[in-house]
Design a protein around this ligand. Structure first.
Ligand SMILES: [Zn+2]
Length: 216
């Protein structure tokens, strides 16, 4: 499956466009650069062809742009049920929008469950629940392509997501990282910084070593 990488500027998360026929946008950044990001996306696919925005988790630096993206594309917004549920009931505490001094307004989101599959062209994207950085963090896995968008669970060069924010959990982060390592990924696309193509195992090994060090 084709992956378009749009690196995050400032606090913004990276944005990924998965596939071209029936594409999925992964994460949206804070919204501060939404116009630029949408322009980048429109160079690959017409915006109106995008029907789904999937958020790897609800932190403001990933979700802040969701409303603007939704307006430009007419997409639905999806995220894991553990973070969709509070948002639907008006509880935005997991989003950290207060920390960013921002107001997300009212967002209409839809729930994803672990194991759910999203079809994009000839590819199947599987949703895997990987809590630890946040309670509803997910990985979007293309098993056939040995590729995954991993959100803020793990980064390149041995980085891992923070576990000290509301709903974070170090033990869960460690189990989630073990799950990601067991997937046999070649490529991984994290929520911040660079991505890995071909050498994902090396990056995942470094991150595992780092977390083992934290426990000592
Ligand atoms: Zn985050």
């Amino acid at each position: 499956m084709k992956v378009k990488y749009i690196p995050g500027v400032g606090y913004d998360s990276n944005v990924y466009l998965l596939g071209e026929e029936d594409p999925i946008v992964v994460d949206t950044g804070t919204g501060a650069y939404a116009d630029t990001v949408l322009e980048e996306i429109s160079k690959v696919v017409p915006l109106k062809r995008i029907g789904r925005i999937v958020l790897t988790h609800s932190h403001y630096d990933h979700m802040g742009g969701a409303a603007q993206f939704q307006k430009a594309t007419g997409s639905r917004i999806y995220l894991h049920e553990e973070e969709a549920r509070p948002i639907l009931s008006g509880d935005y505490s997991f989003t950290l929008s207060g920390m960013f001094g921002a107001d997300l307004g009212k967002l209409d989101v839809e729930s994803l469950k672990s194991g759910q599959r999203l079809k994009s062209g000839s590819s199947l994207i599987e949703v895997l629940h990987t809590p630890g950085h946040s309670p509803g963090s997910i990985v979007l896995l293309d098993r056939e392509g040995a590729s995954a968008a991993v959100g803020d669970t793990v980064f390149c060069d041995g980085g891992v997501g923070r576990w000290d924010l509301p709903g974070g959990d170090l033990k869960k982060l460690q189990s989630s990282l073990a799950i990601i390592r067991s997937l046999g990924l070649k490529n991984m696309y994290p929520g911040h910084g660079s991505y890995a193509e071909g050498d994902a195992p090396e990056h995942l090994k470094l991150a595992t070593g780092y977390l083992e060090g934290v426990y000592r």
